[in-house]
Design a protein around this ligand. Structure first.
Ligand code: ADP
Ligand code: MG
Length: 312
């Protein structure tokens, strides 16, 4: 039989309830939790939290090694989601890949959110149209979701806006902790309905405003790191595309190598499979630059953002 939280040594029904209420519904989530987090969210002592985590490690199915052919089989199931622009898709080798995380970073107004809207609409399209024929989850941290914009994009594509909006599930994340817990919620939702695109817009804004100063950096990066791995887990389990946005302050050049600059630089960069830098061009044009990819050359693509959405 499948193990429950009560199977963890030292966890009785009362603590198990506290854990579940705090969003720790899986043994694995506890095994990889930070003692401090667990202590705070479940209102237990840090020593107790450490004991629970050690216990969870003992009973969790940590997994092991996989042979290359198994990975090859899983990779064969990777699908691509269109951005709406041919040039942009080509830059990415056909579109955003499932089973991985794509990060869009850029300054305020560089159309990160517009790209997210278009991806949400496109994901509901059938696969032969570059979609994933699936529902979409959006974790919205900046309250920028606009149904009107989705409607405009749908009208251009000739799909029913109301039907499309019904397939897009939006949750406002009120703070970083809530944002992290929403990924667990998303996992639950994806058990009932097919969700092959999850968007986090923005990945880092709450983290940026909550963890201030050098002293908070290590903790912030640790939580962000775990958040990224939760997202990657969602991508693997659901063969899903994950798109996250990240803002840069002033000097994009300083983005690399210095994790104290824009939020999450280091941690986010290592977990995201594709990193795309967005910037404004002339006359409504936008430029996407592929920064870091395991199997595609670096390069740039120019696309348009109009009332119709993302196009060439
Ligand atoms: P970011 O999320 O990177 O801060 P946004 O995605 O919100 O930026 O992009 C805002 C930009 O999107 C606006 O400056 C505008 O150029 C463009 N935009 C938004 N709505 C429309 C529209 N209906 N028609 C054309 N362009 C739009
Ligand atoms: Mg935005």
């Amino acid at each position: 039989a499948e193990k429950t939280l009560e199977d963890i040594p030292g966890v009785g029904p009362a603590i198990a309830d506290k854990l579940r209420e705090a969003g720790y519904t899986e043994i694995m989530a506890i095994a990889v939790a930070a003692p401090k987090d667990l202590a705070e969210t479940c209102e237990i002592g840090e020593k107790k939290a450490m004991d629970i985590i050690e216990g969870a490690k003992l009973v969790a199915d940590i997994g092991g090694f996989e042979t290359g052919d198994v990975i090859q089989q899983r990779r064969a199931a990777v699908s691509k989601l269109t951005t709406g622009s041919k040039a942009f898709d080509e830059l990415l080798g056909g579109g955003l890949e499932s089973q991985s995380i794509t990060e869009f970073f850029g300054e305020f107004g560089s159309c990160k959110t517009q790209v997210c809207f278009q991806l949400a609409v496109n994901a509901t399209l059938p696969e032969e149209k570059g979609g994933l024929d699936s529902d979409v989850i959006i974790i919205d941290t900046e309250n920028t979701f606009r149904p009107e914009r989705i409607t405009q994009m749908c009208n251009y594509l000739g799909v029913d806006p109301d039907e499309t909006l019904k397939r897009i599930h939006i949750a406002r994340a009120f703070n970083s902790q809530h944002q992290v817990l929403l990924v667990d919620k998303a996992l639950e939702l994806a058990k009932d309905i097919k969700v092959r695109l999850m968007i986090v817009d923005s990945l880092t804004s709450h983290f940026r405003s909550e963890y201030l100063g050098r002293g908070a950096l290590a903790e912030r990066q640790q939580i962000l790191n775990r958040h990224m791995h939760d997202l990657l887990n969602f991508a693997t389990v659901n063969n899903a595309v994950i798109a996250v946005t990240n803002q840069v302050a002033s000097k994009p050049d300083a983005f690399f190598g210095d994790p104290t600059r824009p939020i999450g630089g280091h941690v986010v960069g290592h977990t995201a499979t594709f990193r795309i830098y967005l910037r404004k061009g002339k006359a409504g044009k936008r430029i996407a630059r592929l920064i870091d990819s395991p199997n595609m050359p670096e390069g740039e693509a120019v696309f348009m953002v109009t009332e119709n959405g993302i196009t060439d």
